[in-house]
Design a protein around this ligand. Structure first.
Ligand code: UFG
Length: 359
């Protein structure tokens, strides 16, 4: 039993590879290193290759006796996907379909797929009567208030059955693959788990691997780079959203909690269970201002911030219900406190102020 990890030199892939290794799994990282970092693989077996290179991939699968795949390799910047859709359709759709065809040809029967909260689009946008469509109730009281004007009095959290109406090319490409997986599963017997991540953050406790995107667009690394003096200020993208402090609310989930879910997903399929789709989030939302405030507490200094214009395509609130993953996979996130998550990210940024390229 050996697991192929496509994109295993990337942010979430490298944390998953490390955890799989620590828990005694055999694995092989397969990454074209276009955005991933060889250093992030930390000496684990790595083959440099592209998912669209079917011949090479088939040989690797045969040579290494691969039985399972965790597929991270993708382009994943929402804004870029709107500017350059061709890149996203090529990498995320054409590349992944090629990968699936190779898996079917090589008789690999199980795949865990990196999907995203971006498949839901803008919750509430779909409504004709002003009510928020596509939410379930859950115990997140503060979020309830924000939707009181829309006729809702209960807290609102997205579950897996909510409408899928991606507003970005990125979300669209991930949804296309979720649909393809259903068809491949029905027709060719490929079993899959799609994991819809909310806002991945944090770093391994070791401080040795972490988040290093070029360019960086995510909130927490940008806030911490500002704390390090690498940026003058963090720009808050809009403070006129219908939320408690006017800034967008997101569900931040620690990268090692995501990694744990992948291990459980592989085990779930190996036990012979049916294909499934799971949300992965904490069920609690934090605003941009709350992130900055908590980061200031963690780093012990003021982080200059300024309110700017809204970023196009940003939904006001995205919070997950992950009850299904907890129930079926037995997933137990370990980093539910925001401060704990930011502490791990801060350790990484202090140890590697310039990411993997220069220490
Ligand atoms: N933000 C700022 N200033 C910045 C950067 C971000 O105010 O300089 C705000 C954004 O407007 C948003 C929040 O911080 O409200 C989080 O933004 P990120 O860019 O960190 O993350 P997103 O929520 O846009 O997107 C992330 C992943 C996507 C995934 C999505 C699902 O990058 O791949 O979460 O929720 F689809």
């Amino acid at each position: 039993m050996r697991i192929l990890i496509t994109g295993g030199a990337g942010y979430i892939g490298s944390h998953t590879a490390k955890m799989l290794k620590e828990q005694g799994h055999d694995l092989l990282v397969y990454d074209n290193l276009s955005t991933g970092h060889a250093e992030a693989v930390q000496g684990l077996p790595l083959v440099q290759g592209d998912i669209a290179d079917g011949e090479r991939l088939a040989k690797v699968i045969k040579d290494y006796e691969i039985t399972d795949v965790i597929h991270f390799a993708a382009s994943s910047i929402v804004g870029e996907s709107m500017q350059n859709p061709r890149k996203y359709y090529l990498n995320n759709v054409v590349g992944t379909i090629s990968l699936l065809n190779t898996l079917v040809a090589c008789k690999v029967e199980r795949i865990v797929f990196s999907s995203t909260a971006a498949v839901y689009g803008e919750p509430g946008n779909n409504s004709e009567n002003g009510l928020i469509e596509g939410f379930v109730t859950a115990g997140v009281t503060e979020i309830a208030k924000q939707f009181a004007t829309a006729g809702q009095t209960e807290p609102l959290v997205l579950n897996e059955d909510c409408p899928l109406k991606p507003t970005s090319v990125y979300g669209q490409t991930k949804l296309i693959i979720e649909n393809a997986l259903k068809d491949y599963s029905r027709a060719y017997g490929l079993k899959y788990i799609s994991l819809r991540y909310f806002n991945a953050c944090g770093a391994d406790d070791s401080g040795e691997i972490g988040e290093d995107h070029q360019p960086e667009t995510h909130l927490i690394p940008l806030v911490l780079q500002t704390a390090l003096g690498q940026r003058d200020k963090i720009v808050i993208f809009g403070d006129d959203y219908p939320t408690r402090d006017g800034t967008c609310i997101r569900d931040y989930i620690h990268v090692n909690d995501l990694a744990q879910a992948h291990l459980l997903a592989v085990g779930y399929l190996r036990e012979g269970n049916a294909s499934e789709i799971f949300n992965l989030g904490n069920g609690e939302g934090f605003s941009v201002k709350e992130i900055i405030r908590t980061a200031e507490e963690v780093v012990g200094r003021v982080i200059p911030a300024e309110v700017g214009a809204r970023r196009s395509g940003d939904p006001a609130v995205l919070v997950a219900s992950s009850e299904k993953a907890k129930k079926l996979l037995g997933w137990k996130p370990q980093y539910s406190e925001l401060e704990k998550m930011i502490v791990t990210a801060w350790k990484w940024h202090q140890n590697h102020p310039n990411g993997y390229s220069q220490k």
